[in-house]
Write a protein that binds this ligand. Structure first.
Ligand code: FAD
Ligand code: SF4
Length: 472
């Protein structure tokens, strides 16, 4: 096929469940490409000799190579290439903001639509899972034991990389199920838990051990791991899951949740199933505060639990929303009400202490702030109420100090995140860190990139005979 012919093919759309159906269902919204459509989309790739797209991929997937095999209908080789660089492709193919990563650098995007790399990644990952595609066998055992704290995308990726290099890897996870935000935060309708489970099982097949219900900082300290438990290196990937509150009046009323609590109850604890044991308030009218992916997940989940309306309150305009464009688009289709340029002032309650409304004020955009975004300025006298019985705050998270308080020799920055050097090593020799606990709340693919890069540095560290026991 010539480039001229490739250029004539239009970007293929991702088929999705009908919005009327999905507004009340937790089944996955995006349905995935068919074989025929995936091949057609792959044929749009110009197979650039110096592919720019790969520079936008934090885990350095050989994009043009896997897409080339896919375009030729060789799904097996495409899967082998993908799995070589990415242990969790079904996850990243679904939730990575590709439009800001690889696809933003694709040359086809310069005069038209970029290649839908994310859709293709998802297609190949799903094909591999259905056809038992597996990662290459691990290298012979090195005798080095590595502990990983946290089983989110950073921890899982590092575990896969280190196990493949022959190290003996154990993940310690505080919750009862591995996956981090992938299972407790991102809802079933965006990322089915079965996909996470199967990709985690792939790591187990590589020899990764996962111990759930273990809190590092309580069950063991980092020093316990390095001494009594005999680990030669530790990777801290415990995320940044502590909710931040607005600090407005009324946050102690019944019916106020942090997004993480609400989503954990519904997703991880399966409260979306009315026959399940986990209690959650099923909102009649919900107000969700924030403009990121977490806020979108909160408001779309409220809608599915029956909220009418489910309202999103965001103090800037649509253009400044950090949420993925696809999520905003899907939410609109599902009937979510957006109150842009709206700032919450107080949560109002009834005489029994239950939420009855969110008091808000209209905003207008002023001068750009430090982030480069135009900052919202209140319009005097514009107060109004959003009636609701549940308020969900999704304005961000920060580091949980439980682990760092018990490891005083870990250097932190002024926001409480762990400081690392260029190899991902903390101020404590043999202890590395990555993902949200270093960056602050970021993305799945950046956490995976940290896991991959740091695993390579840990491997070098271990092989150079620098383990704590060897240094003694
Ligand atoms: P996490 O995923 O937070 O995992 C950390 C794990 O460590 C958790 O399982 C936690 O239980 C465990 N842990 C914590 N403390 C301890 C301890 N002391 N001992 C043992 N275990 C511990 N990003 C995207 O790219 N796309 C999206 O669509 C997207 N949607 C999101 C939706 C929501 C609701 C949220 C909250 C975030 C979303 N993000 C999204 C952001 C993304 O999920 C995170 O940036 C990413 O998960 C960070 O990965 P991590 O491995 O650093 O930490
Ligand atoms: Fe294909 Fe775009 Fe990457 Fe070029 S930049 S190899 S067209 S995906």
């Amino acid at each position: 096929m010539t480039n001229k012919e490739r250029m004539k093919i239009q970007r293929q759309a991702m088929p999705a469940r009908e919005s009327v159906e999905r507004a009340h269902s937790f089944r996955e919204v995006n349905l995935g490409l068919t074989e025929h459509v995936a091949i057609l989309e792959a044929q749009r790739c110009l197979l650039c000799p110096d592919p720019k797209c790969i520079n936008g991929c934090p885990v350095s997937i050989e994009i043009s190579e896997f897409v080339r095999h896919l375009a030729g209908g060789d799904f097996k080789t495409a899967a082998d290439v993908l799995l070589r660089d990415n242990a969790l492709p079904g996850i990243s193919g679904r939730v990575c903001p590709q439009e800001k990563q690889c696809e933003s650098l694709c040359v086809r995007g310069k005069c038209g639509d970029s290649v839908a790399i994310g859709y293709l990644e998802r297609f190949v990952a799903d094909w591999a899972r259905e056809h038992h595609g597996e990662m290459a066998a691990p290298a012979p055992p090195t005798g080095h034991k590595v502990a990983i704290v946290g089983s989110g995308p950073a921890g899982l990726t590092a575990a896969g990389e280190l196990a493949r290099k022959g190290h003996d890897v154990t993940i310690f996870e505080a919750l009862h199920e591995p996956g981090g935000v992938l299972v407790y935060g991102i809802p079933e309708f965006r990322l089915p838990k079965e996909i996470v489970r199967q990709e985690v099982d792939g790591l187990r097949k590589l020899g990764v051990k996962i111990e759930c219900n273990v809190i590092i900082g309580r069950t063991y300290t980092i020093d316990d791991l390095l001494t009594e438990e005999g680990f030669h290196a530790v990777f801290i990937a415990n995320g940044a899951g502590l909710p931040v509150w607005l600090g407005i009046p009324g946050e102690n009323l019944k019916g106020v949740y942090s997004a993480n609590e609400f989503l954990t109850r519904v997703n991880l604890m399966r409260a979306y199933n009315p026959e399940g044991e986990t209690p959650v308030l099923r909102p009649k009218m919900a107000a969700v505060i924030g403009g990121g992916n977490t806020a979108m997940d909160g408001v779309r989940t409220s809608k599915r639990l029956g909220a009418e309306p489910a309202t999103l309150v965001y103090r800037r305009s649509r253009k400044e929303m950090p949420a993925r464009i696809e999520e905003v688009h899907h939410a609109e289709e599902e009937g979510v009400v957006f109150q842009f340029l709206t700032n919450p002032l107080a949560i109002l309650g009834d005489d029994k202490g239950w939420v009855r409304a969110l008091l808000c004020q209209r905003m207008e955009l002023g001068e750009p702030d430090a982030s480069g975004r135009r900052s919202p300025v209140p319009i005097p006298g514009s107060e109004f109420e959003v009636p609701c019985d549940v308020v969900i705050e999704a304005i961000g998270t920060r580091a949980n100090p439980l682990l760092t308080h018990t490891t005083p020799d870990l250097k932190l920055n002024r926001k409480g995140y762990i400081e690392i050097d260029e190899n991902g090593m903390t101020s404590k020799p043999g202890v590395f860190a990555g993902g949200d606990i270093v960056r602050g709340a970021a993305t799945v693919i950046l956490a995976m990139g940290d896991g991959k890069k740091t695993a390579a540095a840990m491997d070098r560290y271990l092989r150079n005979g620098q383990t704590p026991s060897e240094r003694k």
